[in-house]
Design a protein around this ligand. Structure first.
Ligand code: CTP
Ligand code: MG
Length: 238
C-alpha cells in the first residue's frame, strides 16, 4: 500500500486464464474450489492480505469474465480488482494484464494456481522492489537430482544441483523493465525469462513451499489437506 508522498503503484497481475488440462477438472483450474473458495479467490485474498498491493488485475477465460467479477466483488473492495480476458498462452494473458495497468510503477505477476502463497512472501518480493531491485523472483533449492536428456531419453548431463532453483511466483518487476521485456515478443516460460533476454539481472530470494503451483490432482489433494489445517490467514503487520 502507498506510504504518504509515495508515487509508487504496485499492480498485481494474476494469470488465471488457463484450462487446467493436467488437473483434469471440468472447470478451468483457477475456478476450481479448495475448501469452498475458488483458487482465484484464495490468490486474491493472499495479495490483499499482504498489504503491499494497490491494484489487482486478473486475466480469465473470456466466457468467465462475469463470474470472475462476481468473485472479485466478494474480495471486499479494499483493493480495486479489474478483470480482463486472458489469451491462448500464459504470456498472452500477462500481456493483456499489463495493458490494463498503465499506472503501475511496479508489477507482480502471480499465478492463481499458487493459491496458498503466504502473504509474507508477497510482501518480501515488494520489499526487494522498494529496495531498488528491478527484477526479483522467489526460488527454492531443488531436492531431486535433475538430468538433461536427448530426444531418445538418453542422459546428456547432470547439472550441479547446488546452482539450481525452482522458481515460484509472485515475480516482481520495475514496470518499465517488464514492459520492455514484453515488447521483445520472444517466447519464454516465465516473465523473468523475458527480462533475462534484455540482459537485466534477476534476483532470487528464498521462496516458500506453500507457494507451490497446483498443477496435478496430487497437488490439489495436498492443497485441500493444507487448507483444512490452516488457521485464518493473518494480514502482514507493517
Ligand atoms: N494461464 C493463463 N493463461 C493461459 C495459460 C495459463 O492465465 N493461456 C495461467 C493459469 O491460469 C495459471 C498460471 O497461468 O494460473 C500457470 O499456468 P498452469 O499451471 O500451466 O495452468 P493451466 O495452463 O491452467 O494448466 P495446464 O497447463 O495443465 O492446462
Ligand atoms: Mg499451462
Amino acid at each position: 500500500m502507498n506510504h504518504p508522498h509515495d508515487e509508487s503503484r504496485v499492480v498485481a497481475l494474476v494469470p488465471a486464464a488457463g484450462r487446467g488440462v493436467r488437473l483434469g477438472e471440468t472447470l478451468p483450474k483457477a475456478f476450481v474450489p479448495i475448501g469452498g473458495s475458488p483458487m482465484l479467490t484464495l490468490a486474491i485474498d493472499g495479495l490483499i492480505a499482504s498489504g503491499v498491493v494497490d491494484h489487482i488485475v486478473i486475466m480469465v477465460p473470456a466466457e468467465l469474465i462475469e463470474r470472475a467479477r462476481d468473485l472479485s466483488t466478494l474480495a471486499g473492495g479494499r483493493v480495486p480488482v479489474s478483470v480482463v480476458a486472458g489469451g491462448a498462452e500464459r504470456i498472452d494473458s500477462v500481456r493483456a494484464g499489463l495493458a490494463a495497468a498503465p499506472e503501475a510503477t511496479h508489477v507482480l505477476v502471480h499465478d492463481a494456481a499458487r493459491a496458498l502463497t503466504p502473504p509474507s512472501l508477497i510482501a518480501e518480493v515488494v520489499a526487494a522492489l522498494r529496495a531498488g531491485v528491478r527484477a526479483v523472483v522467489p526460488g527454492l533449492p531443488v531436492t531431486d537430482t535433475i538430468k538433461s536428456v536427448d530426444a531418445d531419453g538418453v542422459v546428456t548431463g547432470t547439472p550441479d544441483r547446488g546452482g539450481l532453483r525452482a522458481i515460484q511466483t509472485p515475480q516482481g518487476f520495475e514496470a518499465q523493465l517488464l514492459r520492455e521485456a514484453y515488447a521483445l515478443d520472444v517466447p519464454a516460460t516465465d516473465d523473468a525469462g523475458l527480462v533475462e533476454r534484455l540482459g537485466a539481472h534477476v534476483h532470487v530470494i528464498p521462496g516458500d513451499p506453500m507457494a507451490f503451483k497446483i498443477t496435478t490432482p496430487l497437488d490439489l489433494h495436498l492443497a485441500h489437506a493444507l487448507l483444512a489445517d490452516r488457521p485464518v490467514p493473518q494480514a502482514v503487520s507493517r
